[in-house]
Design a protein around this ligand. Structure first.
Ligand SMILES: Cc1ncc(COP(=O)(O)O)c(C=O)c1O
Length: 465
């Protein structure tokens, strides 16, 4: 098996080194066994996230030099607007500092107290913004998505029966909008099919409901449609993207992923009412409507990155590099979510560490062990990320308890993938010796970012309470 050939050559490098074993042990203890709290200089290969970690192209860096930093009417805003119109087909755009800025404006505009937002699984920041707006997010993804072994080609799809039942049960007036995420992050980077998007649109038309996309990883989703869905084998990625977006009323977009930049975001829509309301709010929370928290140079990099990130040759390399890491891990019998998704390989922590009860946080434990063992930084995506039930205050234990190995775009070589896979396969061989963790500090919101843990010794694994 060989890694995919990169459709670029490297012009600038940044040195990295593996910290000593002693330093790695100290570092993870100092970080309270939370990989978000590690110092970047203590990390060898950083697979924490694909968000804002891309390598920009020479074309994007050139764009940074023509940043128009005028407070109002920056020419880079209009370049961004044009790129969104060309690549996604939306007419109106509101720029924001990053994705959650757009979520804040969009979800606050569309959600009233007590309303429900059905979505294909949840995303941490999306869920919290819906809740802050007074709503509740309800998962309506197909059941296949909750099974790491299930090989469904479009595991991100919405389950119509679940969606229709929810609408019928509560009445359409109780539904704020239907939210569809592309390449569903928490399910393992799993795509949604074009047919599913089309059918969701039809169903929502029947109930006069708005459909809002989370298009954060839409270009990667479009690649999967071209690869897997009949009739799209030869369709240009931009045409696929424009058709996808045509089934929505608007989107929120964290540019830090598929737009190959380090910062930025926007919301876009064809709905004049949504546009006017969110444009009115952006000046309160983000900045003037022609920069929304971004510098002119950043808007230029997003504009160029949106176009580059939708190129077929680039996407082919990108998806196949992620797949390469997945295949290497599979060969070493490491339990991963199948099929491998768009931006990351997800390890099934419940299968990797079956001796740990859920309250000993298997995924959190595994991500800190991977770091201590190899200097590779990964992230928990399980019960710690999910948080507590809004009403009962109890921990929610989702079916998926995963460790995410997220691949930054155009940053690491295939040799880095091989080092990562080898280290995790070695760790898998001594998995029975890994003790669990106890949470000792828990923030109120998005606890996974700042929670702290202590490592337990083996007899303490048993939970008596
Ligand atoms: C699916 C999805 N939506 C929204 C966001 C929020 O974007 P940002 O981190 O730019 O605020 C993210 C970030 O990871 C994401 O993955």
């Amino acid at each position: 098996m060989k890694g995919p050939v990169e459709p670029f050559k490297i012009k600038v490098i940044e040195s990295v080194k593996i910290p000593s074993e002693k330093r790695r042990m100290e570092a993870i203890r100092e970080a309270g066994f939370n990989t978000f709290l590690l110092l970047s200089e203590d990390v060898f290969i950083d697979l924490l996230t694909d968000s804002g970690t891309s390598a920009m192209s020479d074309n994007q860096w050139a764009g940074m030099m023509i940043g128009d930093e005028a407070y109002a009417g920056s020419k880079n805003f209009f370049n961004l607007e044009k790129a969104v119109q060309d690549v996604l087909g939306y007419k109106y755009i509101v720029p924001t500092h990053q994705g959650r800025g757009a979520e804040h404006l969009m979800y606050k505009t569309l959600t009233n107290e007590g309303q429900i937002v059905p979505r294909n699984m949840y995303f941490t920041t999306s869920k919290v913004h819906v809740e802050l707006a007074g709503g509740t997010m309800v998962d309506v993804i197909i059941d296949n998505a909750h099974d790491p072994e299930n090989g469904h080609p479009f595991k991100g799809n919405i389950d119509f029966k679940k969606l229709e039942k929810l609408i019928e049960e509560h009445g359409p007036e109780k539904i704020a909008f239907v939210n569809v995420e592309m390449d569903v992050n928490m399910a393992g980077g799993q795509p949604v099919s074009m047919q599913n998007l089309r059918e969701v649109r039809e169903l929502c038309n029947n109930y006069k409901l708005k459909v809002i996309f989370d298009t954060t990883r839409s270009s990667e989703n479009a690649y999967f449609i071209r690869e897997r869905e009949k009739g799209y084998e030869n369709t240009p990625i931009v045409d696929i993207l424009r058709e996808m977006m045509s089934y929505s009323d608007g989107c929120i977009y964290s540019s830090k992923k598929d737009c190959l930049v380090n910062i930025g975001g926007f919301l876009a829509t064809n709905d004049k009412d949504i546009f006017q309301k969110t444009r009115g709010m952006v000046v309160v929370y983000e900045g003037l409507h022609t920069y929304g928290g971004m510098a002119g140079r950043d808007m230029e990099a997003v504009a160029r990155g949106l176009r580059e990130g939708a190129q077929y040759e680039y996407l082919k390399y990108r998806i196949n590099q992620v797949r390469y890491l997945g295949e290497l891990l599979k060969e070493g019998n490491v339990p991963i979510v199948k099929p491998v998704g768009g931006h990351a390989v997800f390890i099934d922590a419940l299968k990797f560490l079956p001796h740990l009860p859920r309250e000993r946080w298997p995924a959190q434990t595994l991500s800190s062990e991977i770091y201590a063992d190899s200097g590779v930084r990964t992230m928990e995506r399980g019960a710690i990320s999910k948080g507590r039930d809004k009403i009962t205050g109890k921990n929610i234990f989702p079916k998926l308890e995963l460790v995410r190995l997220t691949i930054p775009r155009r940053v690491y070589t295939n040799t880095h993938m091989e080092y990562t896979a080898e280290s995790i396969i070695n760790l898998y061989e001594k998995k029975d010796t890994i003790p669990g963790l106890k949470m000792v500090f828990e923030p109120e919101y998005l606890r996974f970012f700042q929670a702290r843990f202590e490592q337990l010794s083996f007899p303490q694994q048993v939970i008596y309470s």
